[in-house]
Write a protein that binds this ligand. Structure first.
Ligand code: GTP
Ligand code: MG
Length: 228
């Protein structure tokens, strides 16, 4: 694929990019997850917030994670293996990073039968508490809907766990330029996280994903460090 212009949302050759991405498995429980043998990131947020779309946009593979206009589509822990390649890989040997991502079921989708919905929370809690390789959690918030109680509870739930939380505003293409700075400040405040942990993105335009200050380089920095 030709190098794209980072200003327009593509990943250039001097940036980290996902060079390989494959779906591994859908796991109904943590026991059925792939081995915890590489740094892992998880994507959480309410139903329909754009979790699957964001994963697809980050690895530029439409349709790898299934997206849907009907919320509640993802009801299992879906695992993907990614190979990332960093800048300087050609000059000074390989700057490659093998990671895994978990697309978590969205919370708060009322039309899912209660029995199914109630099985989500323990599954996600267990995953967040016990997954040894989990380093970073992307907590997605739809810019038009704002933070809800479950987002706050999730940040609180993680507490002292050695997991870096990055808050990602999704569907950023729906905000005007003037609304963006305010959105980030208000979101950081509502969730009690530092402003530097809040990113605005759009899976549709690629905004906020790859370039300097983008989500992918921030994520790579966290996944490359030793566990705390
Ligand atoms: P569940 O797995 O059902 O919880 O949903 P999800 O969080 O994985 O959301 P998904 O990626 O399936 O996207 C939900 C809807 O939002 C779809 O109709 C997407 O097309 C739309 N969407 C996702 N990202 C964006 C974005 O950046 N901009 C716009 N405008 N729409 C988006
Ligand atoms: Mg999904």
């Amino acid at each position: 694929m030709a190098a794209t212009n980072p200003e327009r949302g593509g990943a250039g050759r001097d940036e980290w990019r996902v060079v390989e991405a494959r779906f591994e498995t859908s796991a109904p429980t943590l026991a059925a997850a792939p081995p915890a043998d590489r740094p892992e990131l998880a994507v959480a947020g309410r139903s329909n917030v754009g979790k699957s779309s964001l994963l697809n946009a980050l690895c530029r593979r439409q349709g790898l994670a299934r997206t849907s206009a009907a919320p509640g589509r993802t009801q299992l822990l879906n695992f993907f293996a990614w190979t990332l390649q960093g800048p300087g890989a050609d000059a000074k040997g390989s700057a490659k990073l093998e990671v895994r991502c978990a697309d978590l079921p969205g919370y708060g989708y009322a039309a899912v039968p209660t029995a199914v919905r109630d099985s989500f929370a323990p599954m996600i809690e267990r995953y967040l508490l016990e997954r040894a390789s989990l380093r970073a959690l992307l907590l997605l918030v739809d810019v038009r809907r704002g933070v809800d109680d479950r987002d706050v509870q999730l940040v609180e739930f993680l507490g002292d766990r050695p997991i870096d939380v990055l808050v990602v505003g999704t569907k950023g293409d729906k905000l005007s330029t003037g609304e963006r700075g305010l959105w980030a400040r208000q979101t950081a405040e509502a969730l009690g996280v530092e402003r530097s942990r809040v990113h605005l993105s759009s899976a549709k335009s690629g905004e906020g994903l790859f370039g300097r200050g983008g989500l992918l380089p921030a994520l790579v920095a966290r996944l490359r460090t030793e566990p705390r």
